[in-house]
Design a protein around this ligand. Structure first.
Ligand SMILES: C[S@@+](CC[C@H](N)C(=O)[O-])C[C@H]1O[C@@H](n2cnc3c(N)ncnc32)[C@H](O)[C@@H]1O
Length: 260
């Protein structure tokens, strides 16, 4: 067992939801946790029901339309005018597109030069509702990851969960920025273990493709593996995937490690 070998203070963590329980039970020291990439705050709701410390939620809440090329822009505007998602039909984004349509912001939201000005009001509101029970200790921080990180001192957090950028280089950048904000012995984790570039024992390229649809350069496995090697710590992955587990566990594993 990892615990017996001193790699982890707890038993191996089966599901991403259990990372909140493990954080509270085995990592609580400074009393601060952060989730980077929050969207509707579904996971924030689960984590704040298990974690009793402060909980910062970082997300720009600006919608998925960054980086549209000229051709995409037309397609995006057309779909937005029908109240549909601009990139795919991911139901989580429907409230955003309906709102943008009703406020007449389709052209602005679908233009890469102006999309940053368009606030994802509906999903931010849903996130706020989702942490209502923890509102005295949970804070929505409407910033990009790299803008938010410098506001915290080094070693501030017991627990950091990354679920924002999922490309290899983007995630590696996030990992480097946020790792310094974690105390030694704190838990570093993130979602969506999988990779477009290579198969691993438990997540094939084919499965990643199926799960993540159109995302062209998913590189969570590569980033997490490379990062863990660079800092010389053991990388672990949640292992519950079978029927009988919550859908969050069945969908994809989360990675996690303990800062040494
Ligand atoms: C997969 S969703 C997060 C889901 C959430 N963690 C959960 O499990 O319920 C990804 C979120 O990351 C946000 N995001 C994307 N790039 C980001 C960045 N550079 N900084 C902060 N948030 C980012 C998006 O706005 C989106 O809401």
């Amino acid at each position: 067992m990892l615990r017996d070998r001193g790699l982890l203070p707890s038993d191996p963590v089966p599901c991403r939801n259990d990372l909140g329980t493990a954080a509270q039970r085995y990592f609580y020291q400074t009393g601060h946790a952060v989730e980077v990439g929050v969207h509707q705050g579904r996971l924030s709701k689960i984590f704040t029901s298990r974690w009793n410390g402060t909980y910062d939620m970082i997300d720009p809440w600006r919608g998925p339309a960054f980086g549209y090329t000229a051709t995409d822009q037309q397609k995006c505007t057309a779909r937005c005018n029908q109240g549909k998602s601009g990139t795919n039909d991911d139901t989580d984004w429907i409230p955003f597109w309906k709102h943008i349509r009703s406020t007449g912001q389709c052209s602005e939201a679908c233009n890469s030069n102006t999309s940053a000005n368009v606030v994802d009001v509906p999903n931010m509101r849903i996130a706020k509702q989702n942490i209502a029970k923890a509102k005295d200790r949970a804070t929505l921080v409407r910033k990009m990851s790299h803008e938010a990180a410098p506001q915290y001192p080094d070693g501030y957090f017991d627990f950091i969960y990354l679920d924002a950028v999922h490309t290899k280089d983007g995630l590696l950048d996030d990992m480097r920025i946020w790792y310094s904000k974690l105390r030694c012995g704190g838990m570093f984790a993130g979602d969506d273990w999988g990779d477009r570039a290579r198969d691993t024992d438990f997540m094939t390229r084919e499965k990643s493709q199926r799960l993540y649809g159109g995302a062209p350069d998913w590189g969570v496995t590569s980033a997490a593996t490379e990062f863990a090697r660079s800092v010389g710590v053991q990388l672990m992955v949640t292992h519950a995937g079978g029927l009988g587990h919550a859908w969050e566990c069945r969908k994809v594993p989360s990675w996690y490690l303990v800062k040494s």
